[in-house]
Ligand binder design. Structure first.
Ligand SMILES: [Zn+2]
Length: 443
């Protein structure tokens, strides 16, 4: 390179890295947001003309008469509804099966796509989720060899933008997990593995939980009844005890009523998928405060047909859960590509079953926000727009309490105090760094 650098180029070069300086070197920037309407999902109401002051990555103050600090950057959202970020409580960011070449059979995706490629897909999917307004994603396995951990670390260390990730690492199940692999595959664990961690005995259960914790899981995901023998309530209790030593909860994939009963009796934190749940099981879940992540698939997704009968059962299950006051969250199980839609737009299609179940918009919004923060076990620090919480918020022109489909038009996204999307355009530059600016020790 020439030693003569044009002055203009040098000025640009020097001006750019301001956001890349170590956090300690710069005073935390202060931003004031003028919110025309502020949605409080907990109360199910709208407050008007509020000021939100953000300092660094946290909310400092909120209210109608809050003074805008001198020198603060002012963001005018006075024509918008500002609200806390959305949560998808069940997604698979490092899995995208497709019509081509695998004909939407995800077993073949595992053969085709390396973990490295899937981690990069996950980084893209994470940004697509954030752009649609999802600031938190529970990422529940089928993510190759811990691509989910890599994504979480990259976001937390400051390499790139993305939602807050609550990841499970590798799903733990009886040998073969959700698959029925041939012996060569199951025993040698070479291809189409490590999508599942085998744990058939108490020792293996303890070891599998510890492996996932070591490799960066934030929640433990198990296959309760993917095999004819499944896990007993006692075995589930062992999972719950072992996970609790590291402060973690256990999420269970459930596909049979008997499996659901064992999961409930074993004291599981959440049941993933609602298909096996009935009125009696819902009552037991409500009584014990067990979360329901029903993953209700809508009709009409191109390439993913759902029969009218299956959809009617899905909607009836959601309605029954609501009537029984089961703790419920918005969850999609999104792990595929629908042409023309981002991962985030795809997830918002899952509003349909909630509307068809006749669930009031205020309750849908709670499921997508405060219940999401609670099932993710982050509600003490992240979610509500209140002083002291991390500054995650979104804005949209309509009023989602009147029409929940207003959520499909998120124009503004702030994550950790940084603006990711403004006026409908992604502006993620402040998130990108050439190093782990938030600290390499974040594991
Ligand atoms: Zn899933």
């Amino acid at each position: 390179m020439s030693k003569l650098i044009p002055v203009a180029a040098l000025a640009v070069f020097l001006a750019v890295p301001a956001s890349a300086q170590p956090p300690a070197a710069a005073a935390a920037p202060v931003t004031a947001i003028r919110a025309g309407r502020l949605l409080d999902p907990e109360a199910g109401r709208i407050l008007t003309n509020q000021i939100i002051v953000v300092e660094g990555n946290r909310i400092r103050d909120v209210g109608p008469n809050v003074a805008i600090p001198p020198g603060a950057q002012v963001i005018d959202l006075s024509r918008m509804t500002v609200m806390p970020g959305l949560v998808d409580s069940h997604n698979h960011l490092a899995l995208t099966y497709k019509p081509e070449p695998e004909n939407n059979v995800y077993y073949y995706t595992y053969v085709q796509d390396s973990t490295a490629l899937r981690a990069i897909q996950a980084a893209s999917n994470g940004m697509q989720m954030l752009a649609a307004g999802f600031t938190v994603v529970r990422d529940l396995g089928n993510n190759g060899n811990y691509a989910d951990t890599a994504l979480r670390q990259a976001i937390e260390q400051g390499w790139l933008p993305g939602p807050t990730i609550i990841n499970s690492g590798i799903i733990i199940g009886g040998m073969g997990g959700q698959f029925f692999p041939p012996p060569e595959m199951a025993k040698e664990h070479s291809i189409v593995y490590p999508e599942y961690l085998d744990a058939d005995t108490p020792d293996e259960i303890v070891k599998a939980v510890r492996q996932n914790i070591l490799f960066g899981a934030k929640v433990i995901k198990i296959c309760v009844d993917c095999k004819p023998y499944g896990y007993t309530a006692d075995e589930i209790r062992l999972f719950v005890r072992e996970a609790a030593k590291a402060g973690m909860k256990v999420a269970g994939h459930v596909q049979t009523p008997a499996g659901a009963k064992n999961a409930i009796d074993g004291g599981i934190w959440s049941i993933e998928h609602g298909g096996a749940l009935n009125d009696d099981l819902h009552k037991q879940m409500a009584a014990k405060g067990i979360w329901r992540a029903g993953t209700e698939t809508p009709t009409g997704l191109q390439g993913h047909p759902v029969s009218q009968e299956a959809y009617a059962r899905t909607v009836a299950g959601l309605k029954n859960a609501h009537e029984n006051k089961v703790l419920s969250v918005f969850s999609t199980d999104a792990d595929y590509y629908v042409f023309g839609k981002t991962r985030g737009e795809l997830c918002l299609e899952f509003l349909k079953p909630w509307k068809d179940a006749g669930i009031p918009t205020a309750d849908i919004l709670r499921a997508m926000t405060i219940n999401g923060y609670r099932i993710a076990d982050i509600d003490k620090t992240r979610g509500p727009i209140k002083p002291g919480y991390f500054a995650d918020l979104i804005a949209l022109p309509g009023n989602p309490l009147d029409d929940v489909d207003a959520l499909r038009n998120v124009q503004f996204v702030m994550k950790d105090g940084l603006v990711f999307k403004r006026d409908g355009v992604m502006t993620p530059a402040p998130f990108f760094h050439g190093g782990p600016v938030n600290g390499w020790r974040i594991r």
